[in-house]
Design a protein around this ligand. Structure first.
Ligand SMILES: C[S@@+](CC[C@H](N)C(=O)[O-])C[C@H]1O[C@@H](n2cnc3c(N)ncnc32)[C@H](O)[C@@H]1O
Length: 247
């Protein structure tokens, strides 16, 4: 394992898994994401790469879709399996760049910038190839990742991501513009004086590079939006949702 991979393996360890739902489970765009994903699935089976605790998978099951998932964190999967509604979801514990899941899918998706947790270009290409290998012809691979032009690459940039009665959570990052590697840390300052650090690594890529990865894997860009609500993608967009169709 490289240093970056070791860092990421720790990112979704027991401590992170324990707070994921509380801190990220209620992202305001969840409803739009579920609506758009259901539309893309069009009744066909769905495979989520990086299913985590089921924030998106569970509402998709509620909509009557067959959903399976891949995740390499046994701790995140444990949180998912503890939920009664998760009975209907088959999961494979493994790396979404390489794991094989039985069945053929009309939609494979990866949300919340998780594609960039693969810290080399080769691994990211393998992930596109793995998505394509699970799709029926005409099926789609949807990805949600940050847009590098959004200012996130400014070294030392710090964002406050959450403030509540108990704590303040901030996110800091540093980027190497040559290797496209980022180091990030979420840190939570609890008002009781304790601090919790959650470091992670990623490799960012511009939309055009991702489009070429898709072509290598036998897919073509079908849509690109600035968010799950399907707003237009512009130079000001902080993220994009890109949809690739298997040709
Ligand atoms: C940002 S979380 C998103 C979880 C869920 N999709 C959501 O939106 O709430 C990313 C998930 O991807 C998983 N993950 C990260 N890298 C992975 C990899 N290489 N293979 C499989 N799962 C991975 C993590 O364990 C984590 O559960």
């Amino acid at each position: 394992m490289t240093d970056a991979q070791t860092l990421n393996a720790a990112s979704y360890g027991p401590e992170w898994a324990a707070i994921w739902d509380r801190e990220f489970g209620t992202r305001p765009d969840t409803h739009d994401a579920v609506h758009t994903l259901a539309e893309l699935a069009a009744g066909r089976a769905v495979l989520e790469f990086g299913i985590g605790t089921g924030r998106l998978a569970l509402p998709l099951v509620e909509k009557g879709l067959t959903v399976r998932g891949v995740d390499n964190s046994p701790w995140m999967l444990e949180q998912l399996k503890a939920k009664p509604q998760a009975d209907g979801i088959d999961v494979v514990e493994g790396d979404f760049a390489t794991a094989t899941v039985d069945g053929e899918y009309g939609l494979v998706f990866i949300s919340s910038h998780a594609l960039f947790a693969l810290t080399s270009q080769d691994e990211q290409v393998r992930c596109f190839e793995n998505a394509a290998a699970h799709l029926v012809r005409g099926g789609v691979f949807a990805i949600e990742v940050m847009a590098p032009q959004s200012g996130v690459l400014d070294n030392g940039r710090c964002w406050t991501t959450k403030v509540d009665a108990d704590s303040l959570t901030m996110f800091v990052s540093t980027a190497d513009h040559v290797s496209q590697q980022m180091r990030m840390c979420h840190f939570t300052l609890n008002w009781d004086g304790t601090v919790r650090l959650r470091p992670a690594a990623s490799r960012y890529a511009w939309p055009a590079e991702l489009d070429l990865m898709a072509r290598i894997a036998g897919m073509r860009l079908r849509d690109r939006w600035g968010a799950w609500d399907q707003r237009p993608f512009t130079a000001q967009s902080t993220a994009h949702v890109s949809v690739y169709e298997r040709t």
